[in-house]
Design a protein around this ligand. Structure first.
Ligand SMILES: NC(=O)c1ccc[n+]([C@@H]2O[C@H](COP(=O)([O-])OP(=O)(O)OC[C@H]3O[C@@H](n4cnc5c(N)ncnc54)[C@H](OP(=O)(O)O)[C@@H]3O)[C@@H](O)[C@H]2O)c1
Length: 319
């Protein structure tokens, strides 16, 4: 069969022949229909992600570790559970049967494999406790996950949605998706702190943070009052670190900003099923639009190097 194989750290996957997967005990063979390529997959191949060691030690290896495919009886399933060197960018994979779950009817495979990204948007409620009418700030809203989060904030009944990004054209698109106000982070530090304050209104109740790094550090400064105050809480849900892996957090900010920081996985153990079901319902009903760009596995080399897909998820399909 064909697969996309990486030979060295930071290499570009090559389309070539590999042996067919041989299922071990408890495993099933899945014919792959769609695999999303995310930042985390590129970072694992580049060796820069904290989980990259297993992939690097297994080289040559196939990237991406989950996707959507069909069992031998035709059932469409999501699959995971792959360990390097075995990855999802292949015509077929052998995975633990317990790591497969049926995809609900009415969801096309390329969209189905991007549902997990939409679930990160649900963290504004599962982890951040968003209530209807509250103000949400979405950091990194021009990306794939952020655009979904803007739509989800609207669907969850947020009162006001403030969205950040770096590109004016992309920020204008966010208004069409449901953002009430936008902030560009492509300004100097003082101007960005001022912008966060100017758009805060009565305060940000929930922040969905795909950025971390400089913009989120400046946000913590913006939330910190200049004189003693008892601010309302701002529940920041940390999802991604597109702008940097660390921030400097001052004692002042901890004491007086009202900032509460939660990981996106908070409450997911109990809230995942409901969040997933809600996202599926919105997608089926056309209320939530997941933008995907499909390319065939045979063109993985070209697909992997694309940099023009801002806001659209790259999904590799058979062919
Ligand atoms: N925990 C999870 O399950 C999960 C799932 C999906 C994503 N994530 C994480 O969430 C983050 C966003 O994912 P995504 O798929 O939406 O990625 P994406 O489509 O590449 O979007 C990245 C976003 O971050 C912005 N950005 C990138 N570098 C920046 C910088 N140096 N300063 C300011 N803004 C910057 C981008 O702005 P431009 O539009 O201007 O480039 C865009 O808004 C990533 O860290 C990803 O790994 C986590």
């Amino acid at each position: 069969m064909k697969a996309a194989v990486v030979d060295r750290r930071g290499g570009i996957p090559a389309y070539r022949d590999v042996p067919d997967p041989e299922p071990g005990e408890g495993e099933v063979v899945v014919t792959v229909e769609a695999v999303a390529v995310e930042n985390v997959d590129r970072a694992i191949v580049a060796g820069t992600h904290y989980t990259a060691a297993a992939f690097q030690e297994a080289l040559p290896a196939i990237p991406c570790f989950d996707g959507v495919g069909r069992l031998s009886d035709g059932t469409l399933v999501g699959f995971g559970g792959l360990q390097p060197p075995r990855g999802a960018l292949a015509e077929r994979v052998a995975v633990p049967a317990v790591a497969t779950s049926p995809i609900p009817e009415g969801i096309e495979p390329p969209v189905a494999c991007a549902l997990a990204t939409a679930i990160t948007g649900m963290s504004m409620r599962t982890a951040g406790g968003l209530r209807a009418g509250e103000t949400v700030l979405i950091q990194g809203a021009t990306g794939v996950a952020g655009r979904l989060a803007v739509q989800i904030a609207r669907l969850l009944g947020a009162g006001r949605i403030v969205a950040t990004g770096r590109d004016d054209g992309a920020l204008a698109e966010l208004v069409a998706l449901g953002a009430d106000e936008v902030i560009t982070t492509a300004v100097d530090d003082d101007a960005l702190v001022e912008a966060y304050r100017a758009h805060a209104g009565d305060g940000y109740d929930v922040v969905v943070d795909y950025l971390w790094g400089r913009p989120t550090q400046l946000l913590t400064q913006a939330l910190t009052p200049d004189s003693f105050a008892l601010p309302e809480p701002t529940r920041l849900v940390h999802v991604g670190e597109a702008a940097g892996p660390t921030i400097e957090l001052s004692g002042d900010a901890v004491r007086t900003s009202g900032l509460e920081i939660y990981g996106a996985a908070r409450n997911l153990a109990t809230g995942m099923a409901a969040a997933y079901g809600q996202v599926v319902e919105w997608v089926r009903g056309g209320e939530l639009r997941i933008d995907v760009t499909t390319m065939p596995l045979s063109r993985i080399r070209e697909a992997w190097q694309r940099t023009d897909l801002r806001g659209s998820r790259l999904v590799i399909v058979p062919g």
